[in-house]
Design a binder for this molecule. Sequence first.
Ligand SMILES: Cc1ncc(COP(=O)(O)O)c(C=O)c1O
Length: 461
Amino acid sequence: MTGAGNQATTGVLGVPWSTGVRRRDDGVVEVGGVGVDALAAQQGTPAYVLDEADFRARARGYRTAFATAFAEVGTGVDVYYAGKALLTVAVARWAREEGLRVDTASGGELAVALRAGVPGAEIGLHGNNKSDAEILAALDAGVGRIIVDSLVEIDRVAALAGSRGLVAPVMVRVTTGVHAGGHEYISTAHEDQKFGLSVNPGPDGGDGPAMRALLAAVERPELHLLGIHSHIGSQILDPAGFEAAARVVLRLRAELAERTGVLVGEVDLGGGYGIAYLPGEVPLDPDRIAKDVASAVAAVCAELGTPLPRISIEPGRAIVGPAGLTLYTVGTVKPVALDDGRVRTYVSVDGGMSDNIRPALYEAQYHAELVGRTSTAEPVLARVVGKHCESGDIVVHETWLPGDVRDGDLLAVAATGAYGRSMASNYNLLTRPPVVAVSGGASRVLVRRETVDDLLALDLG
Ligand SMILES: Cc1ncc(COP(=O)(O)O)c(C=O)c1O
C-alpha cells in the first residue's frame, strides 16, 4: 500500500473520503469548499469536520433505495437514523429534513432529537437497560416506539405507561442467531451477548425468551405491540446476514399470528451497513442491499402466506461515517528501527484515543493523509499515534506518509464521522474537539470545543 502516492495528486480524493473532499492545485485539501488550512486556523485542531452535503446525500440515498425496493414488492419503509453514530441538534435536523426518523439509545440522545424538533412520533428509544427516567421521558415525549430488550422491561414499560395512563407503542428486540459484523463487540445477534431476546426455545423445549416476550406484550393492555426488531451487528459488508435475520423474524411473526391471531404490522431490520475505511475498499451499495433484502422479505412472506409488514431500518455509520474526517496537527516524528530491518515512523498528533477509540477498541483500520501541502518525498511506513499515556493510543496502525512529514503538518484521518465524537472521552483530561460542519464554502460549529473550564466546572473540589 502506498497511500502517499496520493499526496501529489490534485482533485477529488475519492473513497474513503467524503464526496466534498478534494485537493486544490496549491496542494491544500478542502472539504465542502473550505480549505483545511482555514479550518485549522479558525477552529484549531483536533477538529471533527462534517461534510453536510455528503451526509444529506447518503441519508437520501438510503431512504430512496429502500423506499423504491420495498415499494416494488408492495410495502413501505421507515428509515431511522441511528443517533448513536453521531447526534447533534443540527445532525438530527438534517436527518429529518432528508425524510429520516431518529433512533435514540439513551435519555441524552432522546433529548437532543427533541431539541432538534424531531416529533416524538418519529423517534425510537433503544437500550438494554433503560432507566425508569428514560422510559418516562420517552412516554412523555410520545415516542413512536420503545424497543424492549428483556422480559423484565416488558413489565417495567407496562407499569410506567400505566402510571401515566398511556398505552406504550413497543417493539420486541430479538436475537436471531445470525452472527455478522466487523468485530465481536459489534456483532449483536448471536446468543452469548447482552442484547435482545433469543428466538431459540427455552431449555425445556418450550417457548424461548423472544416468544415469551411477544406473548406478554400482546397480553398487556398498557402495551401496543407494533412489531419485532432485529439488529445483527455493525460494519457488515455481506448482505446475506440481513436476509437470514429477516427470514427468522418473519417466521417468528407468523408463529405469533398463528398462536394469538395478532399479526404485527412492523419489522425492523436494524442498522449495520458497512462503509469503506481504506482506499480501495468497497462499501455496501444501498440500492443493491435494499433490493436483496426486499426480495428476501417478499419471498418469505409469500412462502408463509402472511401479508408483508411495514419495514424499518436503522443505519448510522453508513450515513455519517464517510461524511466526517478528523483534522489533526503533527507534533513529533520519531523513526524506529524494527526487528525485521524496516523503519517505522511514529507520527504523533494532537488528539488520539480520546477522540477516536475505535482503533484501540476494535483494532479498526483508518486512512490518513497530509492535507495542508503536497510532497514528493519518498513514502515511509508510518504509524499515526495520539498524545495519551498509553502505547495502544494508535490512530492509524499502518499507513504510508511522505518521508518529510514534520511538526506543524496538517494530517486528516478519513471516515471518522461515526462513533468518533459519540464515543469520545476526556482521558488524560483532554478536552473534546469541536464538530464543525462545512457546506457550500462555509463552515459552522455544531458542537464547540470543550475547554479546561468545562472540565473544572464539573469538579466540585
Ligand atoms: C439497535 C441498533 N440499531 C442501529 C445501530 C446502528 O448501527 P450502524 O451504525 O452500524 O448502522 C446500532 C449500532 O450499534 C444498534 O445497536
